[in-house]
Design a binder for this molecule. Sequence first.
Ligand SMILES: *Cc1c(COP(=O)(O)O)cnc(C)c1O
Length: 485
Amino acid sequence: MQFFSTRDAALRVSASQAIVQGLSKEGGLFVPESFPQVDVQAVCGLDYPAMAAAILKEYLTDYDPAFLAQAADKTYGAAFGGKAGYLAPVSEGVYALELWHGPTCAFKDYALQLMPKLLVEAKRNLNRTEKTLILVATSGDTGKAALDGYHDIPGGEIAVFDPTGGTSEIQRLQMATQEGENVSVYAVRGNFDDAQTGVKKVFADPEIAAKLAQRNTCLSSANSINWGRLVPQIVYYFAAYAQLMQAGKVKFGDEVDFCVPTGNFGDILAGYYAKRMGLPVGRLVCASNRNNVLTDFLETGSYTADRTFYKTTSPSMDILVSSNLERLLWHVTGSDAEVADLMNQLNRTGRYTVRPETLAAIQETFSCGWVEEEEVAQEIRARYEQDGYLCDTHTAVAFHVAGKQQRPGVPMVVLSTASPFKFPCSVLAALGAQVPENDFEAMHALEQLTGRTAPASLAALASKPERFSTIIDPAQIAQVALGEE
Ligand SMILES: *Cc1c(COP(=O)(O)O)cnc(C)c1O
């Protein structure tokens, strides 16, 4: 299996190369040259680690399959408390795919616990011995998941940049207390876009690259533009389907719909890959918060990133440029020239419009809906009071949209992307309870109110020493990269 660039299909690389490099040199994203067809029924009979290994080996063909099996075992066994890909029944025909039983309590653990292992092995496959410096701008969940995944990996260092005041207190503490010799965390003055732009500047600066090369260091990204972030996420769509078959809710071949709380379009795109690999996925429903740039696009074919940015209670979906949509555009148009043109328009003008045929092809699989802030809170309360199901703000966005898009007789699986205890203040407020000032008191109050227990890794934060407190300006990210800070 080789990988193309979405903006230059003549450019082909191996899976190892795609993972080490992250982004193609002309700015395109790597996509697989074909969708491997698997024996879906056989894959559905496997346990989660074996299922992961079976899917990974279809794409990562230059990796040793024994290595992939071992990496999947190590990643998705004990670290997920035996609940990797766990599907919880919620109400008639509606299920929650709980993706937050990993170490940092958000779905990004699925990719970021595995990716460091894939990176180290890719360097071995390619006989590369340089040090890898990973820079991550985060609005919250990615930063912690990346720190947890990359801490103490051989030959790598990681620096994370989070906006001052842009994350929940729990998210900030998750990062500030991270252990490991090769990690650092900086709060960047400004919002997420300021941090992100600062990091992108460093990646695009040839002088910095040259200086780092002299020290045998290469920059790399852990953001979801990397193919290594996407491929592990395909697995849990299979796991959900397998559990519905085992529970007798579907026969093999029956369609299942999935509703995904979406930001960068990575998680939902993995469902598209699962469908193209033969899994009987019906509709993929894209759920947005008030930053509804994607739902506008899926309805009209016009993508307009130049619009007001809203800070919402589902911060990991507060995003206006959804990078992974570029991959879908490539798969439906099959034209690198067309994708390159659209992405140039986006860079120049903040908007683009696809051809009507392209939109129609996308709408065959994708539908969408978006949710106002009051509806998020109402949904958390409704699921709790009507179904006894406690969910976080991101998952609530998807539940609300799923409720409107459910088809008679077709099971609807909502991807539950974060633990409710990661956003205890918003969840408490939604349940109509008094909200304490401090996140830990809120966590405790939520436990008392609901009789559920907060994940141990979150509760433990209260007593962990904070290691990182440096605040920098976006312009200083370059100095950090060069070790001058
Ligand atoms: C990152 C994130 C999302 C959005 O996922 P994308 O792959 O960026 O679309 C949704 N919910 C939570 C909790 C997240 O951390």
